[in-house]
Design a protein around this ligand. Structure first.
Ligand code: ADP
Length: 199
């Protein structure tokens, strides 16, 4: 971009991470609506906090209620939604925090774009994999019903596509594991990667 020269601040991500005694990174949860992203993100954040880690969760509807309240669910706006969240997520990581993002993020290209904003060992894609029939049965917000009746359009999995991750860092099939077991799977992965000390 013209006439823009980013300033390199003296205090950086490494300093902030050291002060917080943690390695900052971003866990990106992707999956259908009602697949369990928020539920698992919430339990995981509770666990990480109890272990002494500083975290922040960016969650779909919360962001759409504020920062991205100007965006629709058209393909174009979905791309912009994820672009902004990716940038914000990268800033939270830069602030030294363990950051959890829970967004449907249906397009592979957008998820790859977010990955490209972070360094290796800073971005981990977590595929919250739940068959649509089960999501529809759960339907905690009643939105599948609305999508089926045509009240809601461009609904992922019904009349808008979901591109499954081809090579997620962590793959959780929620019809096989409880939310608590899902959190244990993620925590074990983080321990194995030496991102946290114990899970
Ligand atoms: P999302 O954030 O992906 O839209 P939510 O977490 O809001 O999904 O909703 C998932 C719903 O499914 C919750 O009501 C949760 O209690 C329920 N659920 C049932 N089994 C599981 C499981 N194994 N993992 C995650 N959520 C589950």
């Amino acid at each position: 971009m013209k006439n823009i020269t980013p300033f390199s601040h003296t205090i950086n991500k490494k300093n902030r991470g050291e002060l917080l005694n943690q390695k900052p990174f971003l866990l990106w949860m992707t999956g259908l609506s009602a697949s369990g992203k928020s539920t698992i993100a919430d339990l995981l954040e509770k666990k990480l906090n109890s272990l002494g880690y500083c975290t922040y969760t960016l969650d779909g509807d919360n962001i759409r209620d504020g920062l991205n309240s100007d965006l629709s669910f058209s393909n174009e706006d979905r791309v912009e939604n994820i672009r902004r969240i990716g940038e914000v997520g990268a800033l939270f990581v830069d602030a030294g925090l363990i950051t959890i993002c829970a967004f449907i993020s249906p397009f592979e290209e957008d998820r790859l774009m977010v990955r490209s904003l972070l360094s290796e060992n800073e971005f981990f894609e977590v595929y919250i994999d739940t068959p649509i029939a089960i999501c529809e049965e759960r339907d905690p917000k009643g939105i599948y019903k609305k999508a089926r009746s045509g009240e809601i359009r461009d609904f992922t999995g019904i009349d808008s596509p979901y591109e499954s991750p081809k090579n997620p860092d962590i793959h959780i099939e929620t019809h096989k594991f409880s939310p608590e077991e899902a959190v244990d799977i993620i925590a074990s992965y983080l321990v194995k990667k030496k991102l946290i000390e114990k899970g």
